[in-house]
Write a protein that binds this ligand. Structure first.
Ligand code: FRU
Length: 587
């Protein structure tokens, strides 16, 4: 596949006023660009060093700060600054400590086109991924008037983490997404880190009835909490002039506000990650906040920093329980990033966890992080819908995609279930994911002895499919199935009933050497059952396995050189039965 970016350089002309006199301050180099096209294109070297630059627009007091890997040795791709509003005017690019004769400076161009190869090899078919650039956490997920909003941590100026904005997409069905312009950009208070969005039904903040209000971390010299509101269904936001609404109390890791309306006490509740605890704040109007309580000392995993908390109710047999999701990095059960959870009670002030064998993990795969639930889901629906970032801070910046980095998990419903010993939170694809189904192939039940290659079943699926089946272990102790390609690259799903665990071996899954701890065998504890219901969702660069409706879940990314087109069942000892096997192609 052609991987060279194809940019049509409609205009190569840059007006650089007073060439040698461009250096304004010591160490600064300024380009004054007379705008005659839609975009200024900046050449980037993927692994080059970072330069700080500022963009001064004729109509804005505040300059835009960008950290850019401006090409010095080679041009790997281009990023754009949208300047169509300034035709005939001058935009000033001010670079710090850059050689004005460098490759990057010489190649800055204007163009009416910004082109790149969208359908690159590892572009997911049905998982949300950014159009181009870097993405991490889902942010501000909120439902309003038929639209599910997905905001996300976004760098429009490169495919590595930097310049945090909120990107934006909407969907009416949770599976097909429309990209929208980036609504929140860094400002003098800092970058826009993770946060949430609510619909202010009763106009408590005074920005208007049903205003969409984003609550996010301003990450500047210190981390503080800010708000912004939208009265056009999330298309544009106005930052509140009283920001920050919560100043920093001297805690470096002080971020990721997740806000919900607590009807019983008639106030907004914010869960905030505060180093290795969650601090709860209350507010009548989203502007003035009071500290309520702190949770987390001495409970759960503390092997890393706590991030992206989410507190919300779930019901079990008609009774309300409160659950608290907390992402932690590093310190996940299989290395790096993961999401732990607590189940307990919340009285409008404090969260008290039930006595359970913590840490409990939502997903034992290596690639489900920073996930939280949608707010404002209509009561008639009533689901708690979750989505996570399908990557891991261990290697997220190095995964081998080209013009974009990372995707989200499929949206999943969270529920409370009993595992025979205690309550757990299950997570399972929302029913809307079934809309992706194309042709179904049903395979007769099989008794697996030794190894059985299921002929041709995956050949026409292009590596994008859903497998459902019932596993009946009988007397088998170590057994499972495997998806592989003609190069012998494979992902193996191994049920090890001796160890009471389900393992996903991606050691030979394809490209793995981009990071030393990517090739690995994450595993999840497995309860001992007579049968296991398996759902496996495979996309070009990921697989999500759900056992028994989401009691055990492993989400892992992989990068095969060609799609997996062979399904093999195997046992390492006694025979087992694969029943009700059905495979759908997914679109
Ligand atoms: C989690 C996180 C958040 C932070 C954001 C920055 O992945 O570290 O805590 O707000 O990413 O992009």
């Amino acid at each position: 596949m052609k991987k060279i970016i194809n940019i049509l350089l409609v205009s190569l002309i840059i007006t650089v006023a007073g060439c040698n006199k461009n250096t304004t301050k010591e160490g600064h180099f300024q380009l004054k660009v007379k705008i005659d096209r839609d975009f200024v294109l900046l050449p980037v070297e993927e692994r080059g060093r970072e330069f700080r630059m500022k963009v001064a627009y004729p109509d804005k007091d505040e300059q835009e700060m960008i950290v850019l890997r401006l090409a010095q040795h080679q041009i790997d791709y281009w990023v754009k600054i949208d300047v169509k509003a300034y035709k005939g005017k001058e935009v000033i690019l001010d670079f710090e400590h850059v050689d004005k004769h460098s490759l990057g400076i010489k190649n800055i161009k204007q163009s009416d086109k910004f082109e790149f190869e969208y359908n690159e090899t590892f572009r997911p078919a049905y998982h949300f991924s950014p159009e181009y650039g870097w993405m991490n956490d889902p942010n501000g997920m909120v439902y309003l008037d038929g639209e599910y909003h997905l905001f996300f941590q976004y760098n429009p100026y490169g495919t590595r983490w930097q310049n945090m904005h909120w990107g934006h997409a909407v969907s009416t069905d949770l599976v097909s997404w429309t990209y929208l312009p980036t609504p929140l950009a860094p400002d003098s208070l800092g970058a826009i880190f993770s946060g949430s969005a609510v619909i202010d039904v009763h106009n408590t903040a005074g920005f208007g009835e049903n205003a969409m209000i984003a609550i996010y971390t301003s990450a500047g010299k210190e981390q503080t909490q800010s708000i912004a509101y939208s009265i056009d269904k999330g298309r544009t936001f106005t930052k509140y002039e009283g920001n920050p609404v919560i100043p920093n109390p001297g805690i470096p890791d002080f971020r990721d506000p997740k806000v919900m309306w607590h009807a019983e006490s008639g106030k907004w509740i914010m869960s905030l990650a505060t180093k290795q605890t969650v601090t709860f704040y209350g507010s009548p109007d989203l502007k003035s906040w009071t500290l309520l309580s702190e949770f987390g000392n001495g409970i759960g995993s503390h092997a890393g920093v706590w991030e992206c908390p989410d507190l919300f109710p779930l019901t079990y047999k008609g009774a309300t329980k409160w659950v608290l999701l907390v992402s932690i990095n590093p310190g996940g059960p299989n290395h790096g990033s993961a999401t732990q959870y607590f189940i307990g009670d919340f009285d409008g002030k404090s969260f008290v966890a039930d006595e359970l064998p913590y840490p409990l993990w939502l997903d034992y795969g290596r690639d489900n992080y920073a996930g939280v639930s949608w707010s404002n889901i209509p009561e008639s629906d009533g689901r708690s819908i979750f989505m996570g970032w399908m990557s891991n801070w261990d290697y997220a910046n190095d995964v081998p995609s080209q013009y974009f980095r990372s995707a989200m998990t499929v949206p999943r419903e969270l529920e409370l279930k009993h595992n025979g010993k205690h309550l757990i939170i299950t997570n399972f694809p929302v029913k809307e994911v079934e809309k992706l189904r194309g042709k179904q192939t049903v395979v007769p039940d099989r008794l697996i002895q030794g190894e059985l290659v299921v002929d041709k079943i995956l050949e026409d699926k292009k590596g994008i499919f859903e497998l459902n089946m019932t596993i009946r272990p009988e007397d088998a102790k170590v057994f499972g199935f495997c998806i592989s390609n003609t190069q012998g690259e494979k992902v193996r799903y191994i049920f090890d009933l001796k160890q009471k665990s389900l393992m996903v071996d991606r050691k030979q899954s394809g490209l793995t050497d981009f990071h030393h701890n990517f090739a690995s065998v994450p595993f999840a504890p497995l309860s001992m059952n007579k049968t296991y219901q398996v759902k496996l969702l495979v996309d070009r660069a990921s697989s999500e396995i759900f056992i028994n409706g989401g009691e055990a879940v492993l989400t892992n990314i992989h990068f095969p050189s060609s799609w997996y087109n062979v399904l093999t069942f195997f046992t390492e000892d006694n025979a087992w039965k694969a029943e009700n096997i059905s495979i759908y192609e997914l679109k």
